[in-house]
Unconditional design. Sequence first.
Length: 296
Amino acid sequence: MTSREQRLSRPDGRTIAWVETGDVDGRPILRLPGTPGSRLWFRTDQTPWLERGLRMIVTERPGFGASTRHLEGTIVDHADDLAAILDHLEIQSLPVVGVSGASPFVLALAARHPERVQAAAIVVGAAPMDEGEADKLIGLNADAHRLAQAGDRDGLMRLLAPVRKAIIADPLASFRNVMNTAPPSDQAIMNDSGWQEMLTRGLSEALRPGVDGWVDESMLLVEGWGEVDVSAVQAGVTWWHGDEDRSTPLSAARRLVGRLADAHLILWPAAGHLTPYQEEAAILEQLLARAGATTG
């Protein structure tokens, strides 16, 4: 497995970090991890990437891993960070993949910098929730959403700080505990050794600096959607979702997909939030078909 670490200083003094992995001389794809995520959240088995000659540019958002926290940062601000990464790499446009909590950042990039996104895949993505939808989520996500919706940042800190401490001590056991009410498909994937290695590496790095980045982003995922102009997203978007996902509700995803100009929802039956790990090849094939032959 070949990878190369990258850093960029922003005008305000922050550092944004990413890793390039897969076929590092191949066709670039921008990949945004979920929440909490880091630049090290990438597959150990890179066969789906190597077979297609793909250079995966795996980013991380402010406050996670090696990327400086942005105290008053917005979803749109991070879209500008992503555009700056592409400028630094001299990439004009490319396909984009966003997982779970990355969805608003993908859409913000496509809306604010439409020339940069050839096509997008949003995988088990978060979406604005209506009343009662949080009740369908696993316990931690439901509690975090209610606190963020109430604007209770201190309460959110009290909720997530001990979870972060437990994750640092034992990432896999702690994640299993958080996902204890997830559907059987998720429970089965958590037994996969390759997935376990990816989780341990990516999650530990995400939360290494502390809990603030997780709290910041949890608030943004509830309060920050208003600044994302989904009507301005013209790139083709494919939204993949499991019909038994208890981390991001399907009903909310359906509403958001309906607001996009060129979007297609693909459902995995009897599937939960971790199903994308098994469906990487299909996700990439569909994304590359939508993006066409342009190489950036």
